[in-house]
Design a protein around this ligand. Structure first.
Ligand code: SAJ
Length: 442
């Protein structure tokens, strides 16, 4: 089938769609196209996940407004079904790929899941099918990895046997459906006609701008927008370190800097976690591996942000020293384990780095997080017998908790504040307070 005919079938909602990878991106995407009226086949390697989805049960952790109801609806009316078997994709005309694309400890992209998916898909790919990679990939991956791999596994040629595009997602845990529908999408096609056909497809589920372009631009936009945020956060963190060193207050500095036109200094903090920001700068940087270009800013920003949990340990050592304690043998209350406030998502959590370093130094840790199942509990109770508290996440519960009620529960009133939660709160109690960006750290 040619692109003109496929575009018509897409416009008429006749095109049969597949989504490979039913995680926090793929599942909402599959459900949205099914809700729009398409016949959608979801594929995942996890049998248990497929079973739960076919039972109309969302396997996505955390609160995702509308997702469970939507899934029940589209499983109930048969528009969406899930499978582990790629042979069920033989009749699919549009295939979206939403598999993981992590980076390893050497910051190199790990495309095992993507390669496996393309190999399996190639065996069953229908003539003239449109394959769209939604996963975040290093610029150049469509041309250097996806196209040759799919041509090899399918025995077909790009442009005649199949068509290729890259349409990165901009979802965020807690707002999966909302972001999917309301955020603009960059629609990269290997040819302008492919991008045009992709716009017709996404128009069915995206209310915002759809920006047609080529694949290298789509690959660059996604990784650049997250590297940009990482550099912005690193700047705020470095200003916090300067403020500490010179006796300033970074929160006041930030507030006044941002009064200057065109400034928007982000928030310094105890670290940068999550599924996107720590990874995507490395996907961008790896695009120039082996080329003459040596990057300095993007890797440096990553180093600054990765250094923040370690800086929290340094602040804690100083705080404990005032109380005549050292890390070894101390019992530390870690407040917050999720990577983001009011979330249960712990992927790449800075708290994990902090806990590992504290325990390596011989400290005991008591972890509290009102959202993460295994760390839920009574904060005041958990504070008892702890020598100090370290705030890692600005969960709503901590914003409202009464410091003066909480501090006396600790053996030593040492509070290390990684998110500026208590920087300007009255601390009547003789508190040893060391906060990110507050100059009294001494
Ligand atoms: N963080 C700071 N200071 C800040 C902002 C964030 O330290 O000023 C930390 C957070 O505590 C967290 C990490 O950075 O540990 C990431 O926070 P985030 O607000 O960037 O949230 P993410 O990781 O969910 O980022 C997502 C991204 N969305 C997608 O990739 C589709 C990102 O592009 C968005 O900008 C971000 O959501 C958003 O704006 O909400």
């Amino acid at each position: 089938m040619g692109l003109v005919e496929l575009k018509q079938r897409i416009e008429d909602k006749q095109a049969r769609i597949a989504v490979i990878g039913l995680g926090y991106v793929g599942l909402p995407v599959a459900a949205c196209f099914a809700q729009a009226g398409f016949d959608v086949m979801g594929v995942d390697i996890a049998k248990e996940r497929v079973k739960r989805i076919n039972a109309g049960e969302s396997p996505i952790e955390g609160i995702e407004p509308g997702l469970q109801d939507l899934l029940s609806q589209v499983i109930g009316n048969g528009r969406l079904q899930a499978t582990i078997d790629y042979t069920n994709l033989k009749d699919r005309e549009v295939i979206l790929i939403d598999v993981e694309t992590p980076v390893d400890k050497n910051h190199q992209p790990r495309y095992e899941a993507l390669r496996a998916c393309l190999n399996s898909l190639g065996q069953v790919l229908d003539d003239g099918a449109l394959v769209i990679v939604e996963s975040t990939i290093s610029p150049g991956t469509m041309k250097q990895v996806v196209q040759p791999l799919l041509e090899k596994s399918s025995g077909k040629k790009l442009g005649s046997g199949f068509y290729l595009g890259n349409c990165p997602e901009r979802v965020m845990p807690g707002k999966l459906l909302q972001n999917l529908r309301s955020l603009s999408r960059v629609v990269g096609g290997m040819t302008p006609e492919t991008a045009d056909c992709m716009v017709s497809l996404y128009r069915h589920i995206v209310e915002a701008d759809l920006d047609p372009t080529d694949c290298i631009t789509a690959e660059l936009v996604k990784t650049v927008e997250n590297a940009y945020r990482d550099v912005q956060i690193a700047f705020a963190n470095e200003v916090a370190l300067i403020s500490e060193a010179v006796g300033g207050d970074v929160w006041k500095v930030r507030e006044l800097v941002n009064k200057s036109p065109g400034r928007n200094m982000l928030l310094p903090g105890a670290g940068v976690g999550g599924h996107c920001i720590p990874k995507d700068p490395w996907l961008l940087a790896s695009a120039v591996d082996g080329k003459e270009l040596r990057l300095r800013l993007i890797p440096a920003a990553r180093a600054v942000n990765d250094g923040m949990p370690h800086h929290m340990v340094e602040l804690l050592k100083k705080g404990l020293a005032v109380a005549g304690k050292e890390l070894k043998g101390a019992r530390i209350l870690v407040m917050g384990y999720a990577y983001l406030e009011n979330s249960d998502d712990t992927r790449n959590s800075p708290s994990a780095i902090l806990v590992e370093e504290l325990e390596r130094a011989g400290a005991q840790t008591v972890i509290h997080d009102p959202y993460v199942e295994q760390y839920k509990g009574d904060l005041l109770e958990m504070a008892k017998d702890c020598d100090a508290a370290v705030v890692m996440v600005k969960h709503e519960e901590y914003l409202v908790s009464d410091l003066d009620e909480f501090a006396p529960k600790l053996n030593f009133r040492v509070l290390i504040d990684g998110r500026g939660l208590y920087a300007h709160r009255s601390k009547n109690d003789p508190m040893v307070y060391h906060g990110i960006g507050i100059g009294n750290a001494g």
